[in-house]
Design a protein around this ligand. Structure first.
Ligand SMILES: [Zn+2]
Length: 237
C-alpha cells in the first residue's frame, strides 16, 4: 500500500477517535448539567416551602397575640362583673364577654387550621429535603466520576492532537484541504474503501473503468457520487 494511503487511513482512525472523545465529553457534560438542574430545582422548591412555612408561622404568632389579648379582655371583664351596679351595665358587660369568647373560639379554629396547614407543608418539605439529600449524595459521586473521566479524555485528546498535527503535516496539501472539509461534512468519514466496485461510504456502484484504474494505481481517488476520498486495499489483503 502506498505510504500516502496508509497515512490517510491512520489520520482518519485518529480523527474518529478524537471525534468520539469529544462526543463523549459533550455527553458527560450534559449529564453533569442535568444533575445540577435537578438538584437546583429541588433546592428552589425547598426554599419556596420554607417561605410558606415562615409566612404561616408569622400568621400563627399574630393570631396567638390576638388570642392572648381576647383572653385577657375576658378575664378583666369577668373580674369587673361583681363591681357592676346596674342591670343594664351588667348585661352589656356579659354581652361583651360573650362576643370576646366567640372571637376567641374563632381565633382558635383559625389557629388549628393554620397548624394543620403547617404540618402538611413541613412534612412535604422534609420529604423534599430527604429527596435532595439522596440526590446530592449520588449526584456528588457521579459528578466527581464525570470530572475524572473528563480529565482523562482531555489528556488523551491533548496527546492525540499532537499526533494529528504530525500526521496532517505529511499529507500532501491538495488532499489535506479536501480531507479536512470532508471530515466535517461527512461526520468523520472522509476516507473510505472502495471494495468490489462499490464505495463503502455511500454504497454506490463505481464505474467499472474507474474502479479498475483505482486497482491499478493503488492511490487516492474521489467517489464520483459522495465525493469521499477513496482507497483500495491491494489484492489479496
Ligand atoms: Zn461514495
Amino acid at each position: 500500500m502506498k505510504e500516502e494511503v496508509q497515512l490517510l487511513i491512520d489520520l482518519q482512525e485518529l480523527d474518529q477517535h478524537i471525534i468520539s472523545g469529544r462526543k463523549k465529553q459533550e455527553k458527560l457534560r450534559e449529564e453533569q448539567n442535568e444533575l445540577t438542574v435537578n438538584t437546583d430545582k429541588l433546592t428552589a422548591l425547598i426554599a419556596q416551602l420554607d417561605g410558606e412555612i415562615a409566612t404561616i408561622e408569622a400568621e400563627r404568632s399574630e393570631i396567638n397575640q390576638s388570642l392572648l389579648k381576647e383572653q385577657d379582655n375576658i378575664e378583666k371583664s369577668e373580674a369587673h362583673l361583681p363591681e357592676i351596679k346596674t342591670q343594664k351595665e351588667y348585661l352589656a358587660m356579659l354581652k361583651e364577654v360573650d362576643v370576646a369568647k366567640k372571637q376567641t373560639k374563632d381565633l382558635q379554629e383559625i389557629l388549628q387550621d393554620r397548624d394543620a396547614a403547617l404540618a402538611t407543608i413541613k412534612e412535604d418539605r422534609d420529604e423534599k429535603q430527604q429527596e435532595l439529600d439522596n440526590l446530592q449524595s449520588t449526584s456528588n459521586s457521579r459528578c466527581s466520576e464525570i470530572n475524572d473521566l473528563l480529565t482523562e479524555i482531555d489528556e488523551s485528546l491533548v496527546s492525540e492532537d499532537t499526533k494529528r498535527a504530525a500526521l496532517i503535516e505529511q499529507v500532501p496539501p491538495r488532499i489535506r484541504q479536501r480531507y479536512e472539509l470532508l471530515l466535517k461534512r461527512r461526520n468523520g468519514s472522509a476516507l473510505v474503501e472502495a471494495r468490489r466496485g462499490n464505495c463503502l461510504g455511500c454504497n454506490m456502484h463505481l464505474p467499472p473503468q474507474f474502479f479498475n484504474n483505482m486497482l491499478k494505481k493503488q492511490g487516492i481517488d474521489s467517489c464520483p457520487h459522495c465525493n469521499r476520498l477513496l482507497f483500495v486495499m491491494p489484492e489479496g489483503e
